[in-house]
Write a protein that binds this ligand. Sequence first.
Ligand code: ADP
Ligand code: MG
Length: 696
Amino acid sequence: MSGPVALSDIPVTQLNGVAARLAERLATLHIHTVQDLLFHLPLRYQDRTQIASIGRVRLGDDVMLEAEILSCDIDFGRRRSLVCRIKDAGGIISLRFFHFSAAQKKMLAPGNVLRCYGEIRSGKNGYELYHPEYQVLKPGEIAPVADRLTPIYPATEGLQQTRLRKLIDQALALLQSPESLPDWIPASVLNRVAFPGLADALQYLHHPPVQAPVTQLLNGEHPAQQRLAFEELLSHRLCLRRLRQQSAQHHAPLMAAHSDLGQAFRQQLPFALTRAQTRVSNEISHDLGLEQPMLRLLQGDVGSGKTVVAALAALQAVDSGYQAVIMAPTEILAEQHHVNFTQWLAPLGLQPGWLSGKVKGRQRQQTLQGLRDGSSKIAVGTHALFQEGVEFSNLGLIIIDEQHRFGVHQRLALREKGNTGMTIPHQLVMTATPIPRTLAMSAYADLDCSVLDELPPGRTPVNTVIISNERRDEVIARIHQACLQGNQAYWVCTLIDESEALQAQAAEATLAALQTQLPDLAIGLVHGRMKATEKSAVMAAFKKGELHLLIATTVIEVGVDVPNASLMIIENPERLGLAQLHQLRGRVGRGAKASHCLLLYQTPLSQLGKQRLGIMRDSNDGFYIAEQDLAIRGPGQVLGTRQTGLMSFRIADLARDAALLDPVKSAADTIEHDYPSHIDPLVNRWLGDRELYGNV
Ligand code: ADP
Ligand code: MG
């Protein structure tokens, strides 16, 4: 190769040892190019510069141990595992492997000395390390200790830390010239905010020196991280603006605000709209009457009644002679909407079409025909709606529920189906992910946003209780009782920073344990590694009341409605963000029954953890919770929290980085004005194949 090539143009497959399979795994982490690898930043760091003593380790510590193997046996417990007991001068501890091979067992022979690294967890027999990284030392071998902090990366199934580290080191080695990784933030802007250059920041974060300020790094407050957060926020802002400018150049079908169908619909509803629903419907109605395509985000807490608002918008489209579609991310959610719409629209003489992957044969042909010839005015469905072969007669409005489950491409594919060359459809995207208003205002000032800030009357708020894991048996007894009385319950297993595989494993282990303890209950399981069809079969069984108890990972967080489910147990709630907890909890409290949510925390719970869970106990208001969470977010919170929904950033955190928003805004102005050619590369670097808000 002559001259340096931009790392964004080098696919990972050009690195040593990256074959198709590994490339696929990297792709699941959104890593396609060498540049992507460099932006795959550590979640945390381990200190492998010192060997810890087994006698002194504490729960949650990340440690490096060096010890002799005492025994290595298969434990045929609930779930088969390999347990290796090791001993140093200070004590004995166990390593546990759920996936292991005969060769591995042979290597871990008693008498061998081993170096291992991992997090101290509480296990069956005291402290344990699960799937630690390890190396068996040769007799007499003195393995060197690290001279820098060791990065721990977000990983995925079948992609080990050591592998990732080696790949990232290869990427860092290619980072020799400014051309290989251009810094698209002009020096004048960088100087204004006093942040380090891009290459320096990345070098530092992948390999911080031993004396690096670890707490600051863990909190994401190091200037090297802040620089990247700044760049990320900047890219988002530039992208958002650009997409909106593009969209504003299109025309959209005009839909008169007065809708007879809408009026008839309101009259036959068994309830009156809330004030918030009326206000938001008016906002939408106004947009639909404009020549510019609507791009409106509708935020509303779980249960705030977004579906009715969607129906009113759809009817305005129909009344003006256009078709409307409602798309939901899962079969179950879409089906729920279809049932609702069918019920609501029947008195108006309308029958919504239904399209999902499951709809086959003649039924499918009929639906497609109706959409094509325009006899079907409203369609409800899943991803199937934007696939090839689906044609609309005159699609005027697209409504997307729980938009963060869709990618931009999917949404645009649907929009294209309504592109007449003259006009594109209006879009309404709905989400239950609350964004604190203050942040939404400053971060996304450009965005049209409606908020349903009121729940329909007559809801019984979910009663939330915080309980220590030490009282697990009591909790199980309570579930038993509740289920025997005809209630249904969710049991949510949470793990963070872990692969889907470990999540699924934890859920399977919980299933096995609960099945033993509650043999007379019908218990189901859903997790992210199951096939979509398997998942929906289990969910459907739960919905029908065939299961008492549903064990689940956080996959169930989105809008499923099982009114009879009135009890939810969430394990390790302290590990989740409050917004996510609130989403999860929103699965109960949907019927008339009093509902309960038990937050089963792991002891010891930090002061901050207590305070956060206290907010959950004391409030059922998603926006309030999001705002409080923001106010008390403290050290250690940030990196551990998976951000969900709308604000999905890799590095930036709107709560932590709120102070960057103003400088980001003025930097965006500078770049748009003086360096417009920097916009594309910046946006590609940070957003690439990722979805962006879904609303533009
Ligand atoms: P979400 O905003 O979470 O999607 P839904 O649209 O599913 O909420 O509404 C939740 C429930 O509240 C539904 O059963 C719906 O029929 C009901 N609902 C909606 N609006 C009202 C209202 N104004 N008064 C009473 N019940 C309502
Ligand atoms: Mg909903």
